[in-house]
Structures are given as structure tokens and as C-alpha cells.
Ligand binder design. Structure first.
Ligand SMILES: Nc1nc2c(ncn2[C@@H]2O[C@H](COP(=O)(O)OP(=O)(O)OP(=O)(O)O)[C@@H](O)[C@H]2O)c(=O)[nH]1
Ligand SMILES: C[S@@+](CC[C@H](N)C(=O)[O-])C[C@H]1O[C@@H](n2cnc3c(N)ncnc32)[C@H](O)[C@@H]1O
Ligand code: SF4
Ligand code: SF4
Length: 324
């Protein structure tokens, strides 16, 4: 088992498979983002070795993220191999939707049912402003194709100054579509080289705003959720808010992160505490590899504030290497 010193059972692994991306979301990465060399990325063999090992010690859910997972070559083979690891009960993916449409058959073949799609606006011109790319229609296409193929789709919308006037439109989307829209507090991982300007809309403000138009019923939150879930009255879908910056749900955190370059992060807000790529490339055996990871997990910070306080001062990183 992977247990930390506060007794939290870590069973959810998030793996960033690349730091590269075909969008440039304002809150995540600048236009001139520097990407790591291909050789620095974990190979698929290394990823499979890690997941297979950790699956024997409590990891049962894996999320593939990035950067944009679908820009990495032959991602379908990785997804399929992850899905066939015996103790992995769920493989999920977080994607920006630009290339997802053409991979739907691969997702089905890999047994993936849960797709989280990031979309911060329902307007084509605004999409261009927010992402610096004009792929809005491709994302919409992917969204509808995923729903048509019965995927469980969650839409991730990062709430920032420029899209607050669309919060209610996103709630409206849940009226006739079986989708969960999640409103996310913006976090300081923008890779912009300037400090984070601060959170304007926290989860309570987002909820109060939604309640000006919709009657919300509290839904039961799944175990270890980092979101608070609600059902708007009469809607087919549901909504949730993710207090990603307020960090109110750390007490039940079950997450472990591996960055695209093999860094182990036991909290999103903390530093890399171990590098498993380097260990593996130096010939570590599974027993020692597991011990190192267990030790890192044991010392997982109590919450995102403790983690941030002890993290080295640095220019805000881009979320793309960490995977969100
Ligand atoms: N503070 C904080 N934010 C997180 C954590 N996990 C995910 N997020 C943020 O929540 C947003 C949605 O993340 P996703 O990649 O869709 O993953 P998820 O919320 O774990 O997805 P589910 O498994 O469907 O619940 C992103 O902005 C993440 O950065 C976490 O452990 N702590
Ligand atoms: C880093 S992205 C990687 C996967 C994929 N490229 C995508 O956008 O879905 C994972 C999630 O992190 C979120 N994210 C990125 N930067 C963020 C920030 N500064 N604050 C809050 N969420 C952020 C994105 O909106 C996305 O939902
Ligand atoms: S949030 Fe996702 S889509 Fe946007 S720049 Fe970051 S990695 Fe790319
Ligand atoms: S901030 Fe850190 S401890 Fe809190 S939920 Fe996120 S990863 Fe877990």
C-alpha cells in the first residue's frame, strides 16, 4: 500500500506523458514556452514499468495528462497497455479536445470511459484569445462525438476574469446534456515569468453566482473528490466546483503525480521530491524503486499550503509539465 503519515491511502496516479501542447492557454503556458527534449521524457516502457509496479501496491486509477496527451506519438499504444494492467481499474484522460475526435476508436479499444475535456469558453473568438489557437470547432466536434459514443464526459472550465460572463452558459449546457461541468479556481501555474495576480473568483463566489439563476441540489461527493458536486434543478447533467486554489479538500487527497520527466510530486503545490526516470536509467531494481516511492508518499505534505510554504521560491511553473 501507499500510505502517507497522515493515514491517507494513495491510490490515484496522474501521469503527464508530455509537456508539449497544441494550445497556449493563457493561464498555463506562454507562446514561447521552452519544451524539454524528447530523451528527457519518460518512455512508454518506463511508464508501464512504474504503473505495473505501483498497481501491485495500491494504485488502481491512472489519469493520463500532459501537456496535451494526444500530441505524443503513438499514445494509443500506451493507453491500451495501461488498460491491460491487471489491478488498474480505471484509466482516464484529460485532454484539450483538439485531436480527441480522431482518437475516439482508440479510446474505446483501450477501455477508456472517462474523458475530461478542458474548455473555457463557448465562443469561437474568445477561444482564440484564451488559447492563441483557432481550433474551437475541433474541440466542439470532439465533445459531441464523445457524448455520442457514451463516454462519461466532464468539462473543465477554469474561471478567470475573461470568462465569468459565460459561467451561466456553461451551467445551461447541463440542461439537456449528460455532462458534468466543473468550474475550476485558477491556480498560479502559468509559466509566464510573472507572479500570479491572485484569485478573483473562489469556489464560494462561483457557486453564489450560479445560484442567482439556478436552484442547486447538493449531490453526494465521490470518495476522495477534489470537487464539490451539485445538480441544477431539472437538469440532465450536473455541475461541480474545484477549489483548486483554496485547497479545502486536501484532507482526503489520494493523489500522486509523475511529471513528464519522471519527477514525483506528492502535492501539486510542492516540489519534485524524487526522480524515477533517473533511478530507472541508473538501473534501480523494483524493490528499491518501490521503497523510494513509498518513502516519498509517506512524506506527502499535509495540504497544498504546507507544500507551497516549503517549495523553493521560483518563477511560476507551467502546469503542462506537472499535468494539472
Ligand atoms: N489543488 C488541486 N487541484 C487539482 C488536483 N487534482 C486536479 N486538480 C485540478 O483540477 C482540475 C481538473 O483535473 P482533471 O485532470 O480533470 O482531473 P480530476 O479532477 O482528478 O478528475 P476526476 O478523476 O474525474 O475527478 C485541473 O485544473 C487540476 O489541476 C489536486 O489534487 N489538487
Ligand atoms: C495541464 S492540462 C493537461 C491536459 C490537457 N492539455 C488539457 O488542457 O486538458 C490539465 C488541466 O489543468 C488545468 N489547468 C492548467 N493550468 C491551470 C491553472 N493555472 N489553473 C487551474 N487549472 C489549470 C487545465 O484547464 C486542464 O483542465
Ligand atoms: S491547459 Fe492543457 S491545453 Fe491549455 S496550454 Fe495547458 S496543457 Fe495545453
Ligand atoms: S493541493 Fe496537494 S494535498 Fe491538496 S488536494 Fe491538491 S495535491 Fe492533494
Amino acid at each position: 500500500m501507499l500510505i502517507d503519515k497522515f493515514g491517507r491511502n494513495i491510490n490515484y496516479l496522474r501521469i503527464a506523458v508530455t509537456d508539449r501542447c497544441n494550445l497556449r492557454c493563457n493561464y498555463c503556458m506562454p507562446e514561447n514556452q521552452h519544451f524539454v527534449e524528447r530523451e528527457q521524457l519518460l518512455t512508454y516502457e518506463e511508464i508501464i514499468r512504474l504503473v505495473a509496479l505501483l498497481s501491485e501496491h495500491g494504485i488502481s486509477k491512472v489519469r493520463v495528462t500532459g501537456g496535451e496527451p494526444f500530441v505524443r506519438k503513438d499514445i494509443s499504444s500506451l493507453l491500451k497497455n495501461l488498460g491491460s494492467i491487471e489491478n488498474i481499474k480505471q484509466v482516464s484522460i484529460t485532454t484539450n479536445g483538439v485531436l480527441t475526435f480522431s482518437h475516439i476508436a482508440d479510446l474505446i479499444a483501450a477501455g477508456i470511459k472517462n474523458v475530461n475535456l478542458s474548455l473555457d469558453t463557448l465562443k469561437r473568438d474568445k477561444f482564440l484569445q484564451l488559447t492563441h489557437r483557432g481550433d474551437f470547432l475541433k474541440v466542439l466536434n470532439s465533445f459531441h462525438a464523445l457524448l455520442a459514443n457514451d463516454f462519461n464526459v466532464k468539462l473543465n472550465m477554469v474561471v478567470m476574469g475573461s470568462n465569468i460572463n459565460e459561467i451561466l452558459d456553461f451551467v445551461e449546457l447541463t440542461k439537456a446534456l449528460p455532462v458534468s461541468v466543473r468550474f475550476i479556481e485558477e491556480m498560479p501555474f502559468n509559466g509566464q515569468g510573472h507572479a500570479y495576480s491572485g484569485l478573483e473568483w473562489n469556489y464560494t463566489k462561483i457557486l453564489s453566482h450560479i445560484e442567482t439563476k439556478y436552484k442547486l441540489y447538493k449531490e453526494q461527493d465521490p470518495a476522495n473528490a477534489i470537487a464539490v458536486h451539485y445538480k441544477p434543478e431539472g437538469h440532465m447533467g450536473s455541475i461541480a466546483v474545484i477549489p483548486a486554489f483554496s485547497r479545502t479538500l486536501c484532507g482526503s487527497c489520494n493523489r500522486l503525480r509523475i511529471t513528464a520527466t519522471g519527477g514525483v510530486r506528492t502535492c501539486l503545490y510542492g516540489n519534485e521530491v524524487l526522480n524515477v526516470r533517473d533511478l530507472m536509467r541508473n538501473g534501480v531494481d523494483d524493490v528499491r524503486l518501490l521503497e523510494e516511492i513509498q518513502n516519498a508518499v509517506y512524506n506527502k505534505p499535509m495540504d497544498g499550503f504546507t507544500a507551497a510554504a516549503s517549495a523553493k521560491a521560483k518563477v511560476p511553473e507551467s502546469m503542462s509539465l506537472i499535468g494539472g
